[in-house]
Design a protein around this ligand. Sequence first.
Ligand code: FES
Length: 106
Amino acid sequence: METNQGWVDVAAVDGFPEGAMQALIVDGKEVVVFRVDGNFHALQDYCTHDGGDLSSGTFAAGEITCAWHGARFDVRTGRALSPPAYEDATVVEARCCDDRVQVRLR
Ligand code: FES
């Protein structure tokens, strides 16, 4: 992966369809990237309930549902939407640059 001011290349925009998600490791941290309404969003791949990997869950309508116990999060904001998670997921910066999807840890 190529880095530029901390931005890490994920995929070509054309190769990342609407409603898709992709997990990757950035600087040793697990991250999951989502495409919603043409925009890209990313979260740390970690459920705040009990540490499940969000990328093994179900992604639909801008929400990820954790496969472990069913907590839901808004992938655009990281907001916890339902128990058993009460703490928001950690947002990772995501952008499009020169037709590439990129992420950067804060
Ligand atoms: S670890 Fe995600 S809902 Fe429990």
